[in-house]
Design a protein around this ligand. Structure first.
Ligand code: NAI
Length: 249
């Protein structure tokens, strides 16, 4: 349960981030809903309000350190605390083999997917230290553990998120701040819509998951909510796949 907790979610305007915001709301949390796209964040906020919970909307680019700092400041100014942060915002980036990978695409994926999680944690941890603890859940991927041809930047940044999670968890374990990562398999969200609409690609993605289907955003959000709550009170520095068996092969 997340009653009396304040939960911040980045990339909350769509897909997994929206599902995380809604599960946290249903568990009783007050929300900070953030996205680079103000309109979609507002739409998520309306859904959170419909659950009956308080919500603050802050537009922020996670790849911009000033935005990440401002986001936590707004949260603390409004609620006086931050208990849960889900660093979820991410992009898939261009699709190309390493030798052909565009330099600007590499920089952009690293900026959002890896530096974005670092900037987020930098300011979230400082806020949690002031109130004596908290839980951070970073959204990595199955591609934080294994590779995927034509996604070198995405795989590198998601592996990086897992390493960052391990290091930071060690640093703050004794201060009551738990830091974990989740590794979704392919989840039916706008991020993979174009892939999923190609019947041949859809079949190969489905076949890669032993459960014989893709995942749903809600299925990832349930795991995030568990890691966010005190039900996982002895869990830190871990990586949890939620992948229909993808990594078991
Ligand atoms: P999505 O594309 O549906 O949603 C991503 C959200 O992040 C969007 O609302 C977008 O506006 C926002 N965003 C993008 N760049 C941003 C930035 N610089 N600052 C703030 N917000 C930004 O994607 P989805 O599928 O919900 O992905 C969420 C997370 O889950 C990402 O980190 C993604 O890498 C990860 N993931 C997704 C998988 C999938 O199959 N959908 C599989 C494994 C991991």
């Amino acid at each position: 349960m997340l009653k009396n907790k304040v939960a911040l979610v980045t990339g909350a305007g769509s897909g997994i981030g929206r599902a995380v915001a809604l599960v946290c709301a249903r568990e009783g949390a007050s929300l900070v809903v953030s996205d680079i796209d103000a309109e979609s964040a507002q739409a998520t906020a309306d859904l959170v309000r419909a659950v009956g919970n308080e919500v603050l909307v802050v537009q922020a680019d996670v790849g911009n350190p000033a935005d990440s700092e401002h986001l936590v400041e707004r949260c603390c100014a409004h609620y006086g605390r931050l208990d849960v942060a889900c660093n979820n915002a991410g992009i898939s980036g261009p699709s190309a083999r390493t030798a052909d990978y565009p330099l600007d695409g590499w920089d952009q994926v690293v900026r959002v997917n890896l530096s974005g999680v670092f900037y987020g944690m930098k300011y979230q941890i400082a806020a949690m230290q002031r109130t004596g603890g908290g839980s951070i859940v970073n959204v990595a991927s199955i591609l934080g553990m294994v590779g995927f041809a034509t996604a070198p930047a995405y795989a590198a940044t998601k592996h990086g998120v897992v390493g960052l999670t391990h290091a930071a968890a060690l640093e703050y374990a004794a201060e009551g701040i738990r830091i974990n990562a989740v590794g979704p398999g392919f989840i039916r969200t706008p991020m993979i819509q174009a892939l999923d609409e190609d019947p041949a690609v859809h079949q190969s993605l489905v076949a890669a998951h032993p459960m014989g289907r893709l995942g749903e955003a809600d299925e990832v959000a349930e795991l995030v909510a568990w890691l966010a709550s005190s039900r996982s009170s002895f869990v830190t520095g871990s990586y949890y796949p939620v992948d229909g068996g993808y990594l078991a092969r």
